[in-house]
Design a protein around this ligand. Structure first.
Ligand SMILES: [Zn+2]
Length: 286
C-alpha cells in the first residue's frame, strides 16, 4: 500500500508531467466502487479544466483544477501549491490509490490495461489513466479539499504534542490514526518509533514532552529521507508501463523480525497492536 512518501513521489512525478495540461474529456468505467463522487459530477468538474498543479494531501493525490483559458498558467506554476489552488474557480480532483491503485501517463495508443477505471484525455495528446485491480482506490472531486488530520511534515511541535497528549491508546495506534496525523502508515510509524526509542505499545499518555519531541523529529526525519530516496524514481513511477519506482527506505525494524538490531544486535520483535504488526527492538526502545 502506498504510504506518504510514495504518494508524495507520485504526486511530484505527476506534477512534473501534467501540470499545465488541459483536460479535454473523461471516460469512466462501469465499476462504481472507485468513484466516491457521482460519475457525472466527476466528468463535469474535470472536463475543460486546466491542471494547475498536482500535490499530496495526506495520502491523497490532489489535482488542482482551474478554469481553462485564464492566462495565468506558466507564471502560476512557480507559486506555492496553496496559492495556485486559490486561483480561478478552484476545484480539485482527488485520487486515493488504496492498495493497488496506479496513475499512469500514457499515449493514446498504449494498450489499455485490465482494471482501468478512468481515462482522462489531455490536450497534449496524452492520457492519464487510473488502474486499480483490487478497487480500494477512490476518485472524487471537491472544492477546498483538506485532509482530516495534521500534515506530519508541516505540523508544529506544540500541535504535535497536543495531538497525542492524554491519549490512552498505544502510541503506535495513535500514529496511525489519520484524524490526528494524516498520511503516516505502518512502515513509517515503526521506523519513527525505533528512531525515537519508544516502544510501539506505550500508551501515548505515558510519553513525556521530551519523548514526544523525539518522536516529532523522528517522524519528520523518516518521512523526509524516504521522500528523498523516492525522488530518484519519480519519473519511473508513473511511466506508461506503470512500473513501480525502486523506492525503498532502509528499514531498520520494519519487516526484520528475528534479525539483529542494527544498533545493539538484539533480535527485532514483532507484536500485533490493534490488528497491525509492529516491529521494535526490545533493548533500544523503552
Ligand atoms: Zn537495539
Amino acid at each position: 500500500m502506498p504510504e506518504l512518501p510514495e504518494v508524495e513521489t507520485i504526486a511530484r512525478g505527476l506534477d512534473q508531467r501534467v501540470a499545465g495540461d488541459v483536460i479535454e474529456s473523461v471516460w469512466l468505467g462501469s465499476k462504481l466502487e472507485p468513484l466516491k463522487s457521482p460519475p457525472e459530477e466527476i466528468v463535469a468538474t474535470l472536463e475543460s479544466r486546466r491542471i494547475a498543479t498536482v500535490r499530496r494531501v495526506g495520502k491523497h493525490i490532489v489535482f488542482d483544477l482551474e478554469v481553462n483559458g485564464v492566462p495565468r498558467g506558466r507564471k502560476a506554476k512557480k507559486k506555492p501549491a496553496r496559492v495556485k489552488a486559490q486561483l480561478g474557480q478552484a476545484a480539485q480532483w482527488v485520487v486515493h490509490l488504496g492498495m493497488t491503485g496506479r496513475m499512469l501517463v500514457c499515449k493514446p495508443n498504449d494498450e489499455v490495461e485490465k482494471h482501468t477505471h478512468a481515462i482522462v484525455r489531455l490536450a497534449s495528446g496524452r492520457e492519464l489513466r487510473f488502474v486499480d485491480p483490487r478497487r480500494f482506490g477512490r476518485l472524487s472531486v471537491a472544492h477546498g479539499f483538506e485532509a482530516a488530520g495534521s500534515e506530519p511534515l508541516e505540523v508544529e511541535l506544540e500541535r504535535f504534542v497536543c495531538l497525542f497528549r492524554g491519549r490512552k491508546t498505544p502510541i503506535k495506534s495513535a500514529l496511525l490514526n489519520q484524524r490526528l496525523l494524516s498520511g503516516v502508515g505502518n512502515i513509517y510509524a515503526d521506523e519513527s518509533l525505533f528512531r525515537a526509542r519508544i516502544r510501539p505499545r506505550r500508551r501515548a499518555a505515558s510519553l513525556s514532552r521530551q519523548d514526544l519531541r523525539c518522536l516529532y523529529l523522528a517522524v519528520r526525519e523518516v518521512l523526509t529521507e524516504a521522500i528523498e530516496l523516492g525522488g530518484s524514481s519519480v519519473s519511473d513511477y508513473v511511466d506508461a508501463n506503470g512500473d513501480e519506482g525502486s523506492f525503498q527506505l532502509q528499514h531498520r525494524v520494519y519487516g526484520r523480525e528475528g534479525e539483529p538490531c542494527l544498533v545493539c544486535k538484539t533480535a527485532i520483535k514483532r507484536v500485533v497492536i490493534t490488528g497491525r504488526s509492529s516491529h521494535y527492538c526490545p533493548k533500544c526502545q523503552k
